[in-house]
Design a protein around this ligand. Structure first.
Ligand SMILES: [Zn+2]
Length: 279
């Protein structure tokens, strides 16, 4: 059934123009061995992540762009970029589209991009996401989470080296090494555990629990994005989420990318108009 849906979806996407693919269409959960359509190709970085997720072993499952209820979050929701379910652990992945040098440490609540643009410690943020995910599954799975934050190659890391050590349950990676790090982490866990920690049936149970918790209603998703805008520290006083040129709404990630990038001079541009500025 899932396979059929994806096939159908792929055909549909071919016809879509770029302006449509930029919008936040909640992506359907996919099995790792199935080809991923680049629904959010316009959203920086997502394309490379999808290629990475595609390379995972076929017995892994993953879900992308989950929006779940989280009473502890200010907005009432948590948005999780990707969750990868493996026989040895549950990877919760937060993706970041900043450009420049990332300064950060375990003890710091706030990290810096290029020494000036503030971002919340992404592991604190992802910890919140993981707590939200835990509420949907049995307690016996709660210790199996691994927190991963993925940056694009436009970044340089000046972060705690522990985040790069495979023994850590908090890993910082470049998008292009995402599948390699998942593979390495699983390999290490395999050495320590004779038997898989999750059977296929466990994985499917968790997959279904997250799929059910996922809010697909576009209006709820819009509300979440709007609310987020009021909690992010931005240089501009109007917390607009739209392109300075065409006024088209952009996602939080596109906004953060633009604001952290000197060449946009504090302006927000949609994917199309970023290209214009770059010329
Ligand atoms: Zn625009």
């Amino acid at each position: 059934m899932l396979l059929f849906l994806n096939f159908f979806k792929k055909k549909e996407n071919k016809k879509e123009d770029k302006s449509k693919t930029v919008s936040r269409i909640p992506s359907k959960p996919k099995k790792a061995n199935q080809r991923v359509t680049a629904e959010r190709i316009g959203e920086l970085g997502e394309y490379k992540i999808n290629i990475q997720l595609d390379q995972l072993p076929k017995e892994y499952y993953y879900l992308s762009d989950l929006l779940v209820k989280n009473p502890k979050a200010k907005s009432g929701y948590s948005q999780i970029d990707h969750v990868v379910l493996t026989p040895y652990g549950i990877f919760a992945i937060e993706t970041k589209n900043y450009q420049g040098t990332i300064y950060g440490g375990k003890e710091r609540k706030t990290w810096l991009v290029n020494g000036k643009f503030k971002m919340m410690n992404p592991f604190v943020q992802n910890y919140g996401h993981i707590q939200a995910l835990k509420s949907f599954i049995d307690e016996k799975y709660h210790d199996l989470f691994i927190s991963m934050v993925s940056f694009t190659k436009r970044c340089t890391f000046k972060v705690d080296l522990d985040y790069r050590k495979i023994a850590s349950n908090e890993l910082i990676v470049y998008d292009v090494e995402l599948s390699e790090f998942i593979h390495r982490k699983v390999s290490v866990l395999k050495i320590h555990h004779k038997e898989p920690l999750l059977t296929e049936s466990d994985i499917i149970t968790i997959f279904n629990a997250f799929s059910t918790a996922n809010i697909t209603d576009p209006i709820a998703r819009e509300d979440h994005n709007r609310l987020l805008g009021t909690h992010v520290s931005v240089k501009k006083t109007d917390t607009s989420f739209s392109c300075s040129v065409c006024n088209k709404p952009v996602s939080n990630k596109v906004k953060e990318y633009c604001l952290s990038n000197d060449k946009f001079k504090g302006n927000i541009y949609c994917y199309e108009h970023q290209k214009m500025v770059q010329k």
